[in-house]
Design a protein around this ligand. Sequence first.
Ligand SMILES: NC(=O)c1ccc[n+]([C@@H]2O[C@H](COP(=O)([O-])OP(=O)(O)OC[C@H]3O[C@@H](n4cnc5c(N)ncnc54)[C@H](O)[C@@H]3O)[C@@H](O)[C@H]2O)c1
Length: 250
Amino acid sequence: MSAEGEFAGKVAVITGGGRGLGKAFGEALAARGATVVLIDLDGKVAAAAAAGMGGRAVGLNGDVADEAGMAALMDRIAAEHGGIDLLINNAGIHSAEANEFIGTLGIARTRRMFDVNVWGVIHCCLAARPHMAGRQGAAVINIASMAAYGAQKAYGVTKLAVRGLTMSFAHEFAGDGIRVNAIAPGLILTDTIRAELAQPVIEHVTAMQIIPRPGEERDIVETMLWLASDRSSFVTGETIRVSGGVTLQI
Ligand SMILES: NC(=O)c1ccc[n+]([C@@H]2O[C@H](COP(=O)([O-])OP(=O)(O)OC[C@H]3O[C@@H](n4cnc5c(N)ncnc54)[C@H](O)[C@@H]3O)[C@@H](O)[C@H]2O)c1
C-alpha cells in the first residue's frame, strides 16, 4: 500500500490539535488518508488547522479536563464518523512557567496541570475506548516527555504519570484489541517553544544531546506514524524516547 493511503478509512482523534505537535500529527495522518478530528481548548485555532488539511479534518472546541465534555465529544465523533481508530492524547500544559516545583507553582496551578496532563488522558482514554473496541489496528498514543525521566518538577511528575497510565491502559484495553503506547519527546521546536525559550536555553539543551541538533516536529511525527500503524503491532505499554539522546534530567 502507498504511504498516501496508509490510514485510509481510519478516524483519528487528536487532543491539543490546533497547533504544534498535535497539528503536525493531524497533517501527517490526513495526508495519509485518515479522517482527522482535532480537539483543542482554542476552537478557532483547531478549526483553522483543520481547514488546512485538505478537507479531511474537523476542528472542535473542548477541554480534556472536562470529563463529561470529553465523553459527549467522543460519542459525537464516533456517531458522525462511524467509530474511532486512533486516539492521540497530546494536549498538555507545558509552558516554561509551569515547569516549577509544586510549592512554587501553588496548589491551584498544580491541580490544573494534573487535570489537563493526567486526568485529560484518563478522560479521553475511557471516553474513546467503547468506540475503539474491536476495530482492527486500534491504537492510543500518549504524549509524555523526557521530563518524565527526571520528574524534578511538577510538569515531570505529570508526565511520569502519563508513562504509568500508558502501561496500565495497555493491560486494561488489551482485551478490546487496543494498543496503548507513548512518546517522550525531548525539546522540540514548536512555535510555542520558539516563542518561550531563549536561544541560549535551546542551545544549552541541544548541547546535552548525543545528536546535537534541535528536535523538530517531524521527528515526533515519524514515531507517531509507526506507533499508529500495524508496523508496530507487537508493541504496547511502551514509552519511546525521541530526544536526540538527551541525558539532561529536566
Ligand atoms: N514541544 C516540546 O518540546 C515538547 C517536549 C516534550 C513533550 N511535549 C508535549 O507535547 C504536547 C504538545 O506540545 P506542543 O509543544 O505541541 O504544545 P503547544 O503548546 O504548541 O500546543 C498545545 C495545544 O494544546 C491545547 N490545549 C492546552 N490545554 C488543553 C486542554 N485542556 N484541552 C484541550 N486542548 C488543550 C492548546 O490550546 C494548544 O493548541 C504536550 O503534551 C507537551 O507536554 C512537548
